[in-house]
Design a protein around this ligand. Structure first.
Ligand code: S3P
Length: 430
């Protein structure tokens, strides 16, 4: 897809539902008793992978007037699927589902696309095995396909090496099926949507905090279907927030954005970069903090991004790197080696694409350094079919200084998290 620069961006936008919360609403709805009604569900390829996985295990999921209804069958109501479960491109589906499947009385195999089959799964295999699960990498390479056989799970204390909400959620959900309390300590607090939602479904769960990132799950309670309102995804809102900051003469109101403190690192970083952005109408919707975000063109300065803030903005780092090319001075991103094992190696891809556009960017072992301000030029953008790279560089194309457009390869990969992305971006161009 070819994208050209724009003179300004103006207007209002409502981004689609949060991807993490949408996945969890189907998962918890399926293992709860009774109906779960979900509004604001994200109908993107990743969340549809989760829906299809539970449909394959006998869960009826229907849609009417934009409300998704999951007819949950309780903790022990899933049925053995007829074939291997295909998780598509979704790491969230593969990893979190493996925790639920570890507690079932039937055998399953999970796989996914080419990218999924290269992503590290040892991070869920190890802690689930510590709990007594029988879970193996079929090819013995620590990646999917994963085979999971029935076994009795035990409550234990797990300490993880990476701050990963997918791993944490897999362990917590396996903990629902264990014979005692499970605790999990992560190096820094990752997103806590599983903990918040489980609590509203009636589970006995304690969420960790930034000071003490230890979650505790006590099995024994039945889960009860709920009404869930999914807030807009801050990881999708991020593109418009970044776009508004770096495009001249711009003012955008991004409405209904989830700003859970385990997800709002982008806002904290942009404020430290001198961004003109305001949180309006801050409220709580179904246990999650939500706001409208007003953003205006800003004179940005570089910053350092490292430590505990990284898990709270991990998916936004490619976009932050694009924005940093328009900030005065150096932006240093550290402690973000996780970027190498996302849908693509996001350190290398971001830096290579930034350089191709003329930015001063350097990859490091655990992050990158961007020196601004640079004028960006047209280039061919290699996305490796990674949705977040495609969207981040669509934002870079808005300020491309030449007449020739930026060419985003495999641009359709935005379907993974934001099918209407290009249409929504176009609607703001003035
Ligand atoms: C997610 C957790 C994060 C994030 C991913 C969604 C989730 O991954 O990058 O897009 O919904 O739990 P990790 O758990 O690997 O950090």
């Amino acid at each position: 897809m070819k994208l050209s620069h724009t003179s300004s961006l103006r207007g209002e936008i409502t981004v689609p539902g949060d991807k993490s919360i949408s996945h969890r609403s189907i998962m918890l709805g399926s293992i709860a008793t009774g109906k779960t009604e979900i509004s604001g569900f994200l109908k993107s390829a990743d969340c549809i992978s989760t829906m299809n996985a539970f449909r394959a295990m006998g869960i009826e999921i229907t849609e009417e007037n934009d409300i998704i209804t999951v007819n949950g069958k309780g903790l022990y109501g899933l049925q053995a699927p007829n074939e291997t479960i295909d998780c598509g491109n979704s790491g969230t589906t593969t990893r979190i589902l493996s925790g639920i499947l570890a507690g079932q009385s039937f055998e399953t195999t999970l796989t996914g696309d080419e990218s999924i089959q290269k992503r590290p799964m040892k991070r869920v295999i190890d802690p689930l095995s510590e709990m007594g699960a029988s879970i193996t990498s079929v090819k013995g390479n620590g990646c999917a396909p994963l085979n999971i056989k029935p076994s009795q799970l035990h409550g234990t204390h797990i300490t993880t090496k990476v701050a990963s909400a997918q791993v944490k959620s897999a362990v917590i959900l396996a903990g629902l099926y264990a014979d005692g309390e499970t605790t999990l300590t992560e190096p820094s607090l990752s997103r806590n949507h599983t903990e918040l939602m489980l609590s509203s479904f009636g589970a006995d769960i304690r969420s960790g905090s930034f000071e003490d990132p230890t979650a505790v799950i006590v099995p024994g309670n039945e889960l009860h279907g709920q009404k869930i309102t999914v807030p807009g995804d801050i990881s999708s809102a991020a593109y418009f927030i970044g776009a508004g900051l770096i495009t001249p003469d711009s003012e955008i109101l991004v409405k209904n954005v989830g700003i859970n403190p385990t997800r709002d690192g982008l806002i904290r970083v942009f404020k430290a970069m001198n961004a003109n952005l305001e949180l309006l109408n801050v409220r709580e919707v179904a246990g999650e903090k939500v706001a409208d975000i007003l953003v205006k063109t800003s004179e940005l300065k570089g910053t350092e991004i490292s430590g505990d803030i990284i898990p709270t903005l991990i998916d936004e780092l490619p976009l932050i790197a694009v924005v940093a090319t328009q900030a005065e001075g150096e932006t240093v991103i550290k402690d973000a080696a996780e970027l190498k094992v996302k849908e693509s190696n996001r350190i290398d891809l971001t830096v290579n694409n930034l350089k191709a556009m003329g930015a001063d960017a350097e990859a490091t072992d655990d992050g990158m350094i961007i020196r601004g301000k640079s004028e960006l030029h047209h280039a061919q953008i290699n996305t490796a079919k990674d949705h977040r790279i495609a969207m981040s560089f669509s934002i870079a194309s808005l300020i491309n200084a030449d007449v020739q457009p930026v060419d985003i390869l495999d641009a359709g990969c935005v379907n993974i998290s934001y099918p209407e992305f290009y249409k929504d971006l176009d609607s703001l161009k003035k």
